[in-house]
Design a protein around this ligand. Structure first.
Ligand code: S6P
Ligand code: ZN
Length: 197
C-alpha cells in the first residue's frame, strides 16, 4: 500500500443475505452427486436428482492456504430438503491443523450446527438468524438445514486450519440429524431404526 493512500474496499457483503461480491471471491457448490458418502439412507439418495444443488459456498481467501496468522471468510447457503429423513447438510470436517478453531453465525433460516469431538461425542447447537457459534479446536463441524427455506450462515477461520474430510467421510459422524415425528433429533448413526421412521 502507498503511504497515506485511501481506497475503497474491493470486497463487500450484501447485508440481507451475506452474499459476497468483488475481487477474488470464490464460488463453489455441492450437488447430490458429490455427496454420496454423506447421507445414511442409500435408497432415498438414489431417488434424488444427482444434479440437485444441496449447498453452495462463497469464500474469500486473501492469503495463501497455510499462511500462519491469516483469516479466511465465507458464506454457505444450504437448500431445504432431506435424504429420507435426514436433513440436507454440509460434508463436515475436522481441521487438518487440529488446534485451529472457527466461528460460524446464523444469517437466515433454521439449522443445526452438529459438532463431534475426537472421542466421537456428538452434539448440536441450534442455528438461527444472529446465533453465534464458536467451534473449538479438535472438533468436527457440519451444518444441517432443518427449515423449509434456504439456510445461510457465515464463517471465519484461520488460513492455516486446512480441512480434513477423510476422517468424517470414512467413519462418518457418530450421530445423524433426522426428522422423527416432525421433530429434529440426533440419533446414533449405528442405529438402522431412523431410516424406517
Ligand atoms: C471452512 C468453513 C466453511 C465450510 C462450508 C462447507 O472451514 O467451515 O466455509 O467449508 O460451510 O462445509 P464443508 O464441510 O463441505 O467444507
Ligand atoms: Zn472448518
Amino acid at each position: 500500500m502507498l503511504h497515506n493512500s485511501i481506497s475503497k474496499p474491493k470486497q463487500s457483503i450484501q447485508l440481507n443475505n451475506w452474499f459476497l461480491q468483488g475481487k477474488d471471491i470464490i464460488n463453489s457448490e455441492k450437488r447430490i452427486k458429490h455427496l454420496k458418502e454423506v447421507f445414511g439412507d442409500e435408497e432415498s439418495f438414489k431417488k434424488l436428482d444427482p444434479e440437485k444443488v444441496v449447498y453452495s459456498v462463497q469464500s474469500y481467501l486473501p492469503v495463501k492456504e497455510g499462511t500462519p496468522g491469516g483469516l479466511y471468510f465465507g458464506t454457505t447457503t444450504i437448500q431445504p430438503g432431506k435424504v429420507g429423513n435426514e436433513y440436507f447438510m454440509t460434508r463436515g470436517h475436522f481441521h487438518a491443523n487440529l488446534d485451529r478453531g472457527e466461528y460460524y453465525w446464523g444469517v437466515q433460516g433454521e439449522g443445526m450446527l452438529i459438532l463431534m469431538d475426537k472421542n466421537r461425542n456428538t452434539w448440536g447447537e441450534i442455528m438461527s438468524p444472529g446465533s453465534l457459534h464458536y467451534i473449538g479446536v479438535n472438533i468436527a463441524h457440519r451444518v444441517a438445514n432443518m427449515g423449509s427455506t434456504a439456510l445461510i450462515f457465515g464463517a471465519c477461520w484461520p488460513s492455516d486450519a486446512g480441512h480434513n474430510y477423510e476422517e468424517t467421510e470414512q467413519k462418518g459422524f457418530s450421530s445423524r440429524l433426522v426428522e422423527i415425528n416432525h421433530k429434529p433429533q440426533l440419533i446414533d448413526s449405528e442405529l438402522p431404526l431412523w431410516k424406517k421412521q
